[in-house]
Write a protein that binds this ligand. Structure first.
Ligand code: PAF
Length: 275
């Protein structure tokens, strides 16, 4: 496994994979089993796998959140080495990535204007900016993203459809711990006593799935928000269509329930398909 820190070293390394299909897994590090499952999917699909580790400052709307984001490169590299990843790109600084940026304007058809787009202003602009740069550098055939960040997955699919037609964006199912808590690097920051409250998020999502058969959307959302308030600081509980993330009244199209809430100081998100 080769680890590179500069664009020129990355380019030199990529020459070795010119005739191979490339699977790319962009990450912000603190790798857990969710990331490793993305890597394993990439290994199955592509002949070479490139992983990036970069805590991207432009997608954080909160400096404290950025400064607290957990980082452990040694542990991450150990895990990636075990999986036989080919190349890991850890940019030495934000400038290494952003210095020659030529920004693109992406019309995301409103996908970025709901849920995370409302509660983390500018977040998706930052995600699109960094992925534009990383996709241009790595030139992958496939790129892998977790369904835990389902809205991000839809944003990236929309971006690729318009600007990176040659990259297939592949969504992978959310990995959960033995209690059902969606794996997230932020779980590391949860206090021990908050863990039991965090697992109530998936319980609530599952309850909404049962309710979906009988109740209308608004009643379910209102009920779940009031339940959320009992153990967290809720941001949203919403039911939306799986592709365009629109809110629809009917039940004939495929839909997901989405939740975001603060448990203690830690903001968590999760979602599941409900029909
Ligand atoms: O999901 C993440 O970890 C980040 O948003 C990503 C896709 C690596 C972009 O910085």
């Amino acid at each position: 496994m080769k680890v590179v820190h500069t664009i020129s070293d990355l380019n030199n390394e990529l020459i070795n994979y010119k005739s191979k299909s490339i699977g790319f897994v962009p990450t912000m590090g603190s790798l857990h089993d969710g990331h490793i499952s993305l890597v394993q999917n990439a290994l199955l699909k592509a002949e070479a796998v490139i992983v990036s580790i970069f805590v991207n400052p432009t997608q954080f709307n909160n400096t404290k959140d950025f400064n607290n984001y957990p980082i452990d490169y040694d542990k991450d590299l150990e895990k990636l080495d075990k999986e036989n990843v080919d190349v890991v790109f850890i940019p030495k600084s934000a400038a290494e990535i952003y210095n020659n940026e030529k920004p693109i304007k992406v019309d995301l058809n409103g996908i970025d204007e709901v849920m995370e787009g409302v509660h983390r202003k500018g977040h998706f602009d930052g995600v699109v900016r960094v992925l534009n740069l990383l996709f241009l550098l790595v030139k992958p055939h496939y790129a892998f993203f977790g369904e835990k960040d389902y809205q991000q997955l839809m944003v990236v699919k929309s971006m690729a459809k318009k600007h990176f037609k040659n990259i297939e964006i592949i969504g992978c199912p959310t990995k959960r711990d033995q209690n059902g808590l969606a794996m997230s690097s932020r779980n590391l920051l949860l206090k021990k006593e908050d863990h039991n409250r965090a697992i109530k998020l998936i319980k609530l999502l599952e309850e909404s799935k049962l309710m979906f058969q009988t109740y209308d959307h608004k009643s379910i959302e209102d009920y779940c928000m009031s339940k959320l308030k009992k153990f967290s600081i809720p941001e949203y509980f919403e039911i939306r269509e799986i592709d365009c993330l629109r809110k629809v009244g009917g039940k004939t199209t495929k839909q997901r329930a989405f939740v975001a809430a603060k448990i203690g100081d830690i903001r968590l998100i999760d979602n599941i398909e409900i029909n």
